[in-house]
Design a protein around this ligand. Structure first.
Ligand code: HEC
Ligand code: HEC
Ligand code: HEC
Ligand code: HEC
Ligand code: HEC
Ligand code: HEC
Length: 213
């Protein structure tokens, strides 16, 4: 008797699943090829993009699934690269892999900065949202990944030498001619640029003065 019940309920579960599959199939067919987030987070990407540079994301702040604000607690890789249902779909015959949000030279400036500011313009726990828009580094030459590396457990800005060489890509002359503030008793060579400049929220000196007066 008990076994029979179990069999019946298993059968109805199977039937339900079949219906669910069919109806979700219909939904995606009727709505055309609308791109969506995949349901499996990073796993749906790592089955192809499985090199260490990708798996290492799990060890970074973004891969911390215990932080509800982090990509791995939300859409995984797609939190930055955008919805990937079409990109992962092998059912598209020869249609290839539709582009996702990319970073670097091939991507538009707006797309790249929005991908990060979707989260980073907001307060996220301890981390305050940044006011990037309209600040001096908010120019077409500069995006977040000009200075930051996210597919790495190493922070290229934490170490003084590396930070200076990152800035030197664009500010070589200003660095070699920089005031050293010796009169003020400052040991310039021990400081990082970031100790004195908030590179995210730089304003022009005259604007900064105006707002403090
Ligand atoms: C079935 C294998 C497969 C899966 C699954 C897959 N990709 Fe891809 N991906 C590729 C291939 C192949 C390319 C290169 C396509 C090309 O250049 O035409 C690519 C290209 C990319 C690029 C562009 C790389 C560049 O050089 O700028 C990004 C970003 C990307 N994939 C992210 C993802 C993300 C995020 C996911 C998960 C949602 C994912 N991929 C899932 C196979 C896959
Ligand atoms: C926090 C945002 C973010 C997350 C999360 C993220 N990426 Fe990226 N991805 C980037 C940025 C920025 C670049 C540009 C290169 C860089 O800065 O390291 C990039 C580059 C890439 C590239 C181009 C090839 C390369 O080696 O640079 C691929 C492919 C890619 N990501 C796939 C993935 C996959 C797969 C995941 C999940 C395991 C993922 N990304 C998660 C931001 C992200
Ligand atoms: C889904 C939201 C989300 C997106 C999208 C996102 N981040 Fe983050 N980011 C976070 C959270 C959450 C933290 C961790 C904050 C903390 O430690 O409290 C973080 C931390 C960081 C840190 C500090 C890393 C560290 O080790 O402390 C940097 C740098 C950073 N993000 C850059 C980026 C860049 C660049 C992009 C776009 C390519 C991006 N983020 C996209 C949520 C996001
Ligand atoms: C001109 C270089 C530069 C650019 C561009 C840049 N950052 Fe930063 N960022 C830094 C430096 C320097 C630090 C401080 C050193 C560190 O924490 O590694 C930092 C720190 C951070 C942190 C950690 C902040 C904290 O309080 O712990 C986050 C998050 C971050 N940046 C996100 C972003 C995002 C998102 C963008 C794009 C909107 C961006 N950054 C653009 C240089 C830059
Ligand atoms: C990709 C190029 C690029 C990189 C890399 C870069 N900057 Fe900039 N920076 C700019 C641009 C463009 C401006 C805006 C210049 C303007 O409008 O006068 C700027 C402005 C500034 C200013 C204000 C200058 C002024 O005239 O008041 C400071 C300070 C500064 N950057 C510091 C840094 C630091 C520190 C780093 C490294 C953490 C850095 N920058 C990395 C391009 C860059
Ligand atoms: C001890 C604090 C301090 C440190 C460290 C510091 N700066 Fe500055 N920086 C200043 C001050 C103050 C000014 C504005 C006064 C001036 O023009 O000398 C300035 C001005 C600048 C300017 C604008 C120069 C111009 O000609 O208008 C740039 C660009 C700049 N700094 C980049 C950097 C970079 C890159 C680093 C790291 C190598 C760095 N700074 C380290 C305090 C500092």
């Amino acid at each position: 008797m008990y076994d029979k019940l179990k069999t019946i309920s298993l059968m109805s579960i199977a039937l339900f699943c079949l219906q669910a599959t069919q109806s979700s199939g219909q939904v995606s067919r009727s709505s055309g090829a609308e791109v969506q987030y995949t349901a499996d987070g990073a796993d749906s990407c790592l089955r192809c993009h499985g090199v260490e540079r990708m798996t290492t994301m799990a060890e970074t702040a973004h891969g911390n699934a215990n932080n509800p604000h982090a990509p791995y607690a939300q859409q995984g890789c797609e939190s930055c690269h955008g919805p990937g249902s079409l990109h992962v779909s092998r059912a598209r015959g020869g249609a290839g892999f539709p582009a996702l949000i990319r970073f670097g030279d091939e991507a538009t400036h707006d797309q790249q900065k929005t991908a990060c500011l979707n989260c980073h313009a907001q307060d996220m726990g301890e981390l305050e949202g940044m006011e990037w828009a309209g600040r001096l580094h908010d120019t077409p030459q500069v995006t977040c990944s000009t200075c930051h590396q996210v597919h790495s457990t190493e922070n290229p800005l934490a170490n003084r030498e590396d930070q200076i060489s990152t800035c030197a890509h664009c500010h070589e002359d200003e660095i070699s001619n920089h005031q050293r503030f010796e009169q003020q008793g400052i040991v310039f060579d021990r400081l990082t640029c970031n100790d004195c400049h908030d590179v995210h929220q730089l304003t022009r000196r005259d604007e900064a003065n105006a707002s403090t007066r």
